[in-house]
Design a protein around this ligand. Structure first.
Ligand code: LLP
Length: 427
């Protein structure tokens, strides 16, 4: 469910025509719908209500301060993965007691920052990290709470580059190490083991990986408790898939059905770390067609967004729906199935200006005939869109706008040329 809808061949974000936003703020432009953002938080809160979960919005997905603040006001905490994200979370009004700190490569400095900010816990991913954290905690004279991130060795059936819960990836601790680490931590002066954490991968479209991982996590929690640890938290990470093509995603209730029994069995406080589920379908990328050209038997639509804005198609061959912002009335409505041939359309490659053949938002896509100046919307782009954008090729990071009913506000101004060189020191 989202609030990007066509009425009479005009795309609206909530009550605002997207063309108006493009004309006001320029392109390429990120447009977010506040209603959609909040809707998805509420959907999760409702689906998991019986466990009263701590929902820690995964800030890496889209860290814009206005979005982060909105999340906090909607009742979420934050999942952060670096000192930079912790800084952002605090700036957005987050408080340490609702922040969990993840990541395989935390530096001593980041650990110190996390401890000083009073984060709820660190999700620890290696024995080396545990030793380093203990040393930092000792220097600060503060005992720190942790969860052990287990690598559950389940296949989330998603892209290899976003698979994290499988043996052989860099993430988490192997099952067979958890018990001995648990033993080592009994009576530890600086570390208090309070939870088990996992994040299987992203995006996930079946409940089976969660079921498999939790089947093993529940007895493990019991074993850690037998050792004397007060295990209060079960953190199942993020990963819930969203609709990129049609209605392929599972409802939140389906995941709840698998996760809640484990929560009940363990009596733990549930922590969720959703990112994509909240912001993915709440954002679109609006771009303007610069040129079209036929070359080498292909039809290229060259528009002003690029892999530097949305790298997901380049990096993961990810699929994003693309359709004109104001399609002419003689083309069909946006299709149900974007990959099937559509009447009055032509097969296109939608590409950007970057000097790489891998710079595309879509390949082999049926689109209405387009001309210079036409606006395009790339849908479901709110998650890992601007968050993974870059200035490569001297390109300016785009502006971001948040729509709320009839109102729209700039929440990030477009880069300027001066921004591109601001940190450089000419010698
Ligand atoms: N928790 C941890 C520890 C994570 O590493 C992640 C995402 C999340 C939560 C949030 O996952 P979500 O609910 O958004 O699925 N750039 C890739 C996705 C990378 C995911 C990284 N970790 C993409 O564009 O598909």
């Amino acid at each position: 469910m989202d609030h990007f809808q066509y009425h009479d061949h005009v795309l609206y974000c909530e009550a605002v025509p997207v063309r108006l936003l493009a004309e006001t703020y320029g392109t390429p432009l990120w447009v977010y719908s506040k209603k959609t953002l909040l809707h998805h938080v509420h959907v999760l809160q409702r689906a998991f209500a019986s466990a009263d979960p701590l929902i820690c919005y995964s800030l890496k997905t889209n860290g814009n301060l206005s979005i982060a603040r909105l999340m906090r006001e909607a009742g979420t905490g934050f999942d952060v993965t670096s000192g930079g994200e912790l800084y952002r979370a605090l700036l957005a009004g987050g408080t340490g007691d609702r922040i969990v700190f993840a990541g395989v490569g935390k530096t001593d400095e980041e650990m110190r920052y996390g401890i000083e900010a009073g984060v709820l816990m660190f999700n620890v991913e290696s024995e080396g990290e545990l030793d380093a954290l203990a040393a930092v905690a000792e220097t600060l004279g503060k005992k720190v709470a942790i969860a052990l991130r287990v690598n559950p060795d389940v296949d989330p059936h998603t892209h290899v580059k976003t698979t994290t819960g499988k043996r052989g990836t860099k993430f988490g601790l192997d099952w067979d190490r958890i018990r001995s680490i648990g033993q080592k931590l009994v009576g530890h002066p600086w570390i208090s083991l309070q939870g088990l954490h996992m994040h299987l991968g992203s995006p996930i479209y079946t409940t089976e990986p969660y079921r498999q991982a939790l089947d093993r996590a529940v007895p493990l929690i019991a074993q850690l408790r037998q050792m004397g640890h007060t295990i209060r938290y079960l953190n199942t990470g993020g990963g819930f898939g969203i609709n990129y093509r049609k209605q392929e995603a599972l409802p939140a209730e389906a995941f709840a059905e698998v996760i809640l029994p484990a929560v009940r069995m363990t009596g733990c406080q549930l922590i969720l770390e959703p990112g994509r589920f909240i912001v993915g379908n709440a954002g679109i990328l609006v771009s303007r067609v610069l040129y079209t050209k036929d070359s080498g038997g292909r039809h290229f639509v060259i528009q002003d967004a690029a892999m530097t804005d949305l790298i997901r198609p380049t990096l993961y061959e990810a699929f994003h729906r693309i359709w004109p912002v104001e399609p002419s009335p003689d083309v069909p409505a946006p299709p149900e199935d974007y990959e099937a041939p559509i009447p009055n359309t032509q097969l296109c490659d939608v590409v950007g200006a970057v000097c790489e053949s891998g710079d595309y938002l879509a390949r082999d896509r049926y689109l209405p005939r387009l001309k210079r100046g036409d606006l395009l919307a790339t849908f479901s782009a709110g998650a890992y869109g601007i968050a993974m954008s870059s200035n490569y090729n001297g390109r300016l990071r785009a502006a971001e706008v948040l729509v709320d009913g009839h109102h729209h506000r700039l929440i990030r101004r477009r880069d300027t040329y001066e921004d591109l060189v601001r940190q450089e020191i000419e010698i």
